[in-house]
Design a protein around this ligand. Structure first.
Ligand code: PMP
Ligand code: GLN
Length: 414
């Protein structure tokens, strides 16, 4: 995907968004003047997040596209990192993560989800959730294995599967973007190696409920199918809902990599630190790969996090903090022509713009950025095969109130 500046067009070129142009012609070879290599991801280019954030910057638009907060991390946490560096914690951390941090993670999981992972064998600190997902797939997906992915899906899932010779099998969320266990059941074959789920869901903003988890547990019971449960928005659940974690279900956690991100919990997406929880037999395979694709993760940040995780329940304040932003944005857009879909979790709000335009979502998202000064993410890049006639944008509301108000003002004028 390339842009020609604010006045120009976002256009698919030899770089293009991963799911957006899947119906386009793949580019099987990458050529230079003297050699040609076969691309391992022929349909993939620069992500829609990068493209829209770049366009927002070029246009000076309010950026509600790529998901990141525009407010600061707690100064106490930042100071702890500085302190760790000053104290000389600047060399390689242990391969699976700092023991104190793994202990704190195991205690948190026990507190919240009632199961104690062994910090020595079943907790690994990763360079963000992205690396956790990539490494888990690398560790267990063999050429020809099928991996069930629920569309719209976060963008890094399918490329990871393809890179290791697996075959993504795409199913869809059901009506109102709700989880559809029956669709997953229909997609399962003797070749299914893994099912990937995400709750709260990016980009849909819906969550899996206990009944969905039970249906999934019943479906996978007695099979060799693994689960990857992406729970990076575990604390961002609204209207009194509780996060339904795979950890709560023995039949799920015994076959699951459960993935988390400190970027979401501490408003620090740029630190790229997260973790994965898995039973020992899976984690042993995970670590074989982890030790060669990152070996270990940022030491001073791990020291700071280990101390900060004991600060009384920072994360307990998160649901109310983000609920207020969710409500502010939704109420503000009540005065617009956008129609909002239900948002049960995550920091994303889907909005239907059919009443404003029948343009395709990429074209509309660009025009919104260029002409109206607000950047959002079109939904079609999250689909292998985007549904026709869909007019949806994703807005990130993890922003200061002033940013949200300024965006609401612009969006209500359209
Ligand atoms: N999964 C989902 C659903 C996400 O939204 C994100 C990032 N926003 C990630 C994984 C990756 O997280 P990280 O930045 O920690 O790699
Ligand atoms: N997870 C962020 C989002 O959904 C983007 C992260 C990225 O740019 N890779 O917007």
């Amino acid at each position: 995907m390339t842009t020609d500046g604010c006045t120009g067009l976002l256009r698919p070129g030899k770089e293009h968004g991963p799911r957006l142009f899947t119906r386009g012609k793949p580019i099987p070879h990458v050529a230079s003047s003297h050699m040609q290599i076969a691309s391992k991801l022929p349909r993939t280019g620069t992500t829609i997040f990068t493209a829209m954030s770049k366009l927002a910057q070029e246009c000076g638009a309010i950026n509600l596209s790529q998901g990141f907060p525009d407010f600061p991390v707690d100064p106490q946490l930042a100071a702890l990192i500085g302190g760790a560096m000053q104290a000389g914690h600047n060399q390689y951390a242990p391969m699976p993560g700092l023991p104190a941090l793994r202990d704190a993670i195991a205690s948190k999981a026990l507190r919240l989800y009632g199961f104690r992972y062994d910090p020595a064998e079943e907790v690994t600190v990763t360079a963000g959730a992205t690396q956790a997902i990539f490494t888990a797939v690398a560790a267990v997906v063999h050429p020809g294995d099928e991996v069930v992915i629920v569309d719209p899906a976060y963008d890094c899932y399918a490329p990871a599967v393809e890179l290791f010779g697996g075959k993504p099998v795409h199913v869809r969320l059901g009506g109102n973007m709700k989880f559809d266990a029956a669709a997953i059941q229909r997609a399962i074959t003797p070749r299914t190696r893994m099912v990937m789920i995400n709750t709260p869901h990016n980009p849909a903003g819906t969550v899996l409920h206990e009944g969905d988890m039970q249906a999934l547990a019943a479906m996978l019971e007695g099979t060799d199918i693994l689960l990857l449960s992406d729970e990076v928005y575990e604390h961002l659940v609204y209207d009194g809902e509780r996060h339904a974690s795979a950890i709560n279900h023995p039949a799920l956690r015994q076959r699951a990599f459960v993935v988390f991100s400190f970027g979401k919990v501490f408003h620090a997406t740029g630190w790229k630190v997260g973790y994965v929880l898995a039973p020992q037999y899976l984690m042993a395979e995970f670590r074989k790969v982890h030790q060669y694709n990152v070996f270990s993760v940022n030491t001073p940040v791990q020291h700071a996090l280990a101390q900060y995780m004991d600060v009384p329940a920072h994360y307990k304040s998160l649901p109310a903090f983000f609920q207020a932003k969710h409500d502010r944005f939704a109420q503000g857009l009540g005065g617009s022509r956008f129609k909002l879909l239900p948002c049960e979790g995550s920091y994303f709000q889907l909005a239907d713009y059919s009443a404003i335009s029948d343009e395709g979502d990429l074209a509309f998202a660009q025009r919104l950025t260029r002409e109206h000064g607000v950047a959002a993410i079109p939904l079609s890049p999250f689909f292998h095969d985007p549904p026709g006639g869909q007019h949806l944008l994703r807005f990130c509301f993890a922003k200061q109130d002033a940013t949200l108000d300024a965006a609401i003002d612009k969006l209500c004028r359209i």
